[in-house]
Design a protein around this ligand. Structure first.
Ligand SMILES: [Zn+2]
Ligand SMILES: [Zn+2]
Length: 135
């Protein structure tokens, strides 16, 4: 992979550059992620905050996760596309929603989590670690 890789929300008002490879890529099958992705699971690229640069106005929403952590979410106020999640207590880490990158080859999960809530029709790959809940 060649970095930087450009990303943009669906309408293009928020853009970003990812300057380095993610630390890991996680597919989460929990019910909250099914809602947010409007799909069977969400994909998150865990990146260092210093490795990504955003341009454009974003709006914030947050909720408390089962763990008690605050799960902050940044999204485009115009098209609603989710850009990233974060925990305010871990400001060095950004949980990027990488489906809006211009080159999506890096979106290969290195782990599947919350498979206890996954859709029955989805078959887990044999060569990737899977976790019943949050590891
Ligand atoms: Zn947008
Ligand atoms: Zn989840």
């Amino acid at each position: 992979m060649e970095y930087p890789i450009a990303g943009a929300c669906q309408c293009g008002e928020v853009t970003y550059q990812l300057n380095a490879a993610p630390l890991m890529v996680v597919a989460c099958h929990c019910k909250e992620c099914q809602k947010l992705s409007t799909s069977a699971f969400s994909i998150t690229a865990v990146v260092k905050a210093k490795d990504v640069e955003f341009q454009g106005q974003m709006q914030k929403w947050q909720r408390k996760a089962d763990s008690g952590n605050i799960n902050g979410a940044m999204f485009c106020p115009t098209c609603g596309n989710r850009l990233y999640h974060f925990n305010p207590e871990e400001p060095d880490i950004i949980k990027l929603k990488p489906s809006n990158l211009s080159d999506t080859r890096l979106i290969q999960p290195t782990a599947h989590v919350w498979v206890s809530e996954k859709q029955d029709w989805f078959s887990l790959p044999a060569d990737v670690p899977v976790y019943e809940r949050q590891p």
